[in-house]
Design a protein around this ligand. Structure first.
Ligand code: TXA
Ligand code: MG
Length: 335
């Protein structure tokens, strides 16, 4: 186990070369990104990729994102068009994943047999340093066992894999805490397959046209286009009851002690004064960036308390981040 309770600086020094060697030998390591931790391997090595699927327990029908340092390396493995290049220049490095046609060098198991590949350039300095040192594209799904909550710290990666945990490079708590936006550029009208930190309006402003209507995207068979995005996902073990808004939660959530209630901000604490349920908060003041950053770690903590049910509200959708958070909450509560 490479994760040690030392200062982050010494941890990085101790781990870095071993991580690079492990990757270059066809192994798997967990790396920090600005969104969530990823389980990385050489993207162009099908045996290494198979190890990632095995370790994660992920169905082979669910493709991986390939991480690159820049557009130049993306062009070695895929065919970006003008719109794609525009988006890369604007949002990379950062939390935007683009689905575009792949080149033959990309093994079939990375893309689950699809003719497209998901590409992204992460901004976390440690991940970038690893990309630079290996000089090769890295496939990396989120570093959690299949369908569970994504990890936003090195400790969470270690806790979720236990004895089977690969080497973890500790880059601290993820700054964003929610997975990248996935944008499909292979259909006539580009479509968001997974809402994330880069919002619909952010993208529309850059490309100068409207993206596909989200309800149409779902109707048109999202599960076929993006195999990993349809089913229940990001779910804690404890059943999760989602309320349409905070008002309805405060009115209807059971107050008995076998329940746990999570509220978006501390401002609602006084309304729960007389409640015997355990209460947790996602943020100090309801800022959606802060809620996003704390979302998964709070769900994990809530899970550990082994209550009968976790009750929580959808957020008011004031920006792209709250839309992405609601997407994750919906899928986490899906049975
Ligand atoms: O922020 C992130 O995107 C993190 C960090 C580690 O980069 N990664 C991540 O990967 O969330 P993963 O594997 O947990 O989610 C990637 C999603 C999956 O739901 C998958 O179905 C979709 O992207 N995807 C990958 N390749 C695709 C493709 N060729 N076509 C459509 N969807 C694709
Ligand atoms: Mg994932």
């Amino acid at each position: 186990m490479l994760l040690r309770k030392e200062s982050t600086a010494s941890l990085q020094k101790a781990n870095f070369s071993l991580c690079i060697n492990t990757l270059l030998d066809g192994g798997v390591v967990a790396l920090p990104t600005e969104t969530v931790y990823g389980l990385a391997c050489l993207a162009l090595d099908p045996d290494a990729v198979a190890k990632v699927y095995r370790l994660k327990g992920r169905p082979s029908s669910n493709p991986l994102i390939v991480h690159v340092p820049n557009l130049e390396q993306a062009m070695e493995i895929s065919y970006p068009d003008t719109i794609c290049k525009l988006l890369c220049r604007k949002f990379w490095p950062g939390p935007l994943t683009l689905i575009i046609p792949k080149k033959n060098v990309v093994p079939d198991n990375v893309t689950a047999g699809l003719e497209t590949v998901a590409i992204r350039s992460p901004s976390h300095p440690l991940f970038r340093k690893v990309l630079q040192s290996t000089g090769k594209p890295l496939a990396a799904p989120s570093a959690n066992p299949y369908s569970t909550v994504s990890p936003t710290s090195a400790e969470e990666v270690v806790n979720s894999f236990g004895n089977t945990c690969p080497p973890v490079l500790d880059g601290g708590k993820c700054e964003i805490g929610l997975e990248s936006t996935v944008l499909d550029l292979t259909c006539e009208t580009p479509a968001i397959l997974r809402p994330g930190p880069i919002s619909r309006t952010d993208v529309e402003k850059v490309i100068g046209r409207k993206l596909a209507d989200p309800t149409e995207t779902f109707k048109s068979g999202i599960s076929r286009k993006s195999p990993g995005l349809s089913a229940k996902h990001y779910a804690p073990e404890t059943p999760l009851r989602l309320y349409p808004n905070i008002k309805l939660l405060l009115k209807h959530a059971p107050s008995s002690s076998e329940n746990l209630i999570i509220i978006p901000s501390k401002e609602f604490l006084p309304s729960l004064d007389s409640c015997s349920a355990t209460v947790m908060t996602f943020s100090e003041n309801g800022d959606s960036m802060e809620i996003g950053r704390n979302l998964y770690s709070t769900l994990k903590k809530a899970d550990l308390s082994k209550k009968k049910t976790i009750h929580l509200p959808m957020l008011e959708e004031t920006d792209g981040m709250s839309e992405a958070i609601n997407d994750r909450l919906r899928r986490a509560s899906c049975s």
